[in-house]
Design a protein around this ligand. Structure first.
Ligand code: AMP
Ligand code: GLY
Length: 421
C-alpha cells in the first residue's frame, strides 16, 4: 500500500516508524513530516487545510490510505472530503470528531449513553454561567467548549479564579472556542488514558498511558502539551480497563453509531480513576502526543493492517496483542518552553543515543541546516526507553537522554515517578 501520513510531530514520527515495519507498505509519504520522518519516509509539502490539494496528491501518488495525526484536519472534515473522492482514511469524520472538538457535544453524548463523567452545566450566556458558579461553589472546572490548544481548561480552586475563567471565555480569550462554556464538578482520583481502535462498530482496547502535563518536576508549573509519558499505566489494571471499555468507550462508540456519525479511528479517553471506578474527563479523536511514542511501539500487531481495517469498516481482529514490555518517553524541550522557545540551537548525539539498546529517538520540533540539526519548536525530541517494567524503561530512556548533547534543551528527570511510587 501507499500511505500518506499527515502531521509533523513526535507522534507522527512514532507512527511512521510503526507503519514502515508493515509488510503491506510499499511507500510512505509524510506531510509535512520532520527530519526524523525524512529518514524513513518521503516528506512532502502539502497545504493540509486545502483538501482539494490533498485529494489531488493522493490521486497522483496512488495513495491507498491516509492516516491523520493531529485533530485540526479531522475537525475540518478532511476525512469526509477524502472519502467523498474514494480515498480511504484513518480518522473520524467531521461530525464524529466533535467528540474532541466540542466539550458540550461530548457531555450530551455522556448523558444519552449514561457514561460516567463529571456533573456539569453548559452556557452560552455569561450571566447564567456566573449564576451557576455561585450555586456550585469551588473547587470547580471551567472549560471553553471548542478546541483551544489545551489552554481552554481551568481547574479553579477558588470561586474568584472560576469567575475569571468564565470572563476570559466570554471576552473572547479563546475566540469562537469560548463562545460556549462548560462548567463541571472537579473529579478526584488518578488520571490515566486509554486508547481504543474502532471501525465505527467494533472497538478494541489498544493500551493505556499516563503523561506529565506540567513543565516542572513533581508536576509543578505551567501546563504543556506533555513532558513525558509511560505505558502501561499501572493504575489501569485489567479490571479497571475492562470497566472503562464497558462503561465508557463501548457506549460512546455505540451512541455515535446510533447518532448516524460512526466513529472510525483511535478514540483517546482521558479518565479519572476514583474510588467508584473510571470516569470520563474528555475524549480526543486521535492519538496523543507523546502517548503514541509509548503506546504504539508496544503493539504486537501490524499497525497498517489495523488502521486500514478501521478505515474500511472491517476490523475483525479479536483482541489487540501487546508486547510484554513497558515504554517510557522523555520530552526534550527548548529553553523557554512552554513560553516562547529558543529556536536554532544545535543538537548533537542523536545517533549515539539511538544506538543504545532499548532506546528510540523521535523528532518533534527539529530542522536540518546542511549537516547540522537544529531545534525548531517547543517540544523538540522524544527519547523513549523500553524494558520489562516502567522502571527498566525509564533507565533506558534516561541513558538515551544523557547521550544527547544539546545545551539549548531541558527535560524533566522525574518522568514516571507516580508509577514508581
Ligand atoms: P481536558 O483538556 O479536558 O483534558 O482538561 C485538561 C486537564 O484538566 C485534564 O487532564 C485534567 O487534569 C484537568 N481536568 C479537566 N476536567 C477535570 C475535572 N472535571 N476534574 C478534575 N480535573 C479535570
Ligand atoms: N498529550 C495529550 C494530548 O495529546 O492531547
Amino acid at each position: 500500500m501507499n500511505v500518506l501520513l499527515i502531521g509533523s510531530g513526535g507522534r507522527e514520527h512514532a507512527l511512521a516508524i510503526a507503519l514502515s515495519k508493515s509488510p503491506l507498505l510499499r511507500k510512505l509519504f509524510v506531510a509535512p513530516g520532520n527530519p526524523g520522518t525524512a529518514e524513513i519516509a518521503e516528506n512532502v509539502v502539502l497545504n493540509v487545510s486545502d483538501h482539494r490539494a490533498v485529494v489531488d496528491f493522493c490521486k497522483i501518488a496512488a495513495i491507498d490510505l491516509v492516516v491523520i495525526g493531529p485533530e485540526q484536519p479531522l475537525v475540518d472534515g478532511l476525512v469526509d472530503d477524502l472519502e467523498a473522492s474514494g480515498i480511504a482514511a484513518f480518522g473520524p469524520s467531521r461530525e464524529a470528531a466533535r467528540l474532541e472538538g466540542s466539550k458540550a457535544y461530548t457531555k450530551a453524548l455522556c448523558d444519552r449513553a449514561r457514561i460516567p463523567t463529571a456533573a456539569y452545566g453548559r452556557f452560552s450566556d455569561r450571566a447564567a454561567a456566573l449564576a451557576y458558579l455561585e450555586k456550585t461553589g469551588a473547587p470547580i472546572v471551567v472549560k471553553a467548549d471548542g478546541l483551544a490548544a489545551g489552554k481552554g481548561v481551568v481547574v479553579a480552586e477558588t470561586i474568584a479564579d472560576a469567575r475569571a475563567a468564565v470572563e476570559a471565555c466570554f471576552s473572547g480569550a479563546f475566540g469562537a472556542a469560548g463562545a460556549e462554556v462548560v462548567i463541571e464538578e472537579k473529579l478526584e482520583g488518578e488520571e490515566a488514558s486509554l486508547f481504543a481502535l474502532s471501525d465505527g462498530e467494533r472497538v478494541l482496547a489498544l493500551g493505556s498511558a499516563q503523561d506529565h502535563k506540567r513543565v516542572g518536576e513533581g508536576d509543578t508549573g505551567p501546563n504543556t502539551g506533555g513532558m513525558g509519558a509511560y505505558s502501561p499505566a499501572p493504575i489501569m489494571s485489567a479490571a479497571i480497563e475492562a470497566r472503562a471499555m464497558a462503561e465508557i468507550v463501548e457506549p460512546a462508540i455505540a451512541a455515535m453509531r446510533a447518532a448516524g456519525a460512526p466513529f472510525k479511528g483511535v478514540l483517546f479517553a482521558g479518565l479519572m480513576i476514583g474510588r467508584d471506578g473510571p470516569k470520563l474527563i474528555e475524549f480526543n479523536a486521535r492519538f496523543g502526543d507523546p502517548e503514541t511514542q509509548v503506546v504504539v511501539p508496544r503493539l504486537d500487531e501490524d499497525l497498517l493492517a489495523l488502521m486500514h481495517d478501521c478505515a474500511l469498516g472491517r476490523l475483525r481482529t479479536e483482541r489487540i496483542r501487546l508486547k510484554p514490555r513497558a515504554a517510557l518517553t522523555v520530552v526534550l524541550a527548548a529553553q523557554g518552553y512552554p513560553g516562547e522557545p529558543e529556536r536554532g540551537t544545535e543538537i548533537n548525539g542523536i545517533a549515539r543515543a539511538a544506538a543504545l539498546p532499548d532506546v528510540v529517538v523521535t523528532h518533534a520540533g527539529t530542522k536540518r541546516d546542511g549537516a547540522r540539526l537544529l531545534a525548531n519548536g517547543g517540544r523538540v525530541l522524544n527519547v523513549t526507553g523500553f524494558g520489562a517494567d516502567v522502571r527498566a524503561a525509564r533507565e533506558a530512556a534516561y541513558k538515551g537522554v544523557d547521550a544527547i548533547d544539546w545545551p539549548g534543551g531541558f527535560c524533566r528527570r522525574d518522568i514516571g515517578w507516580r508509577a514508581l511510587g
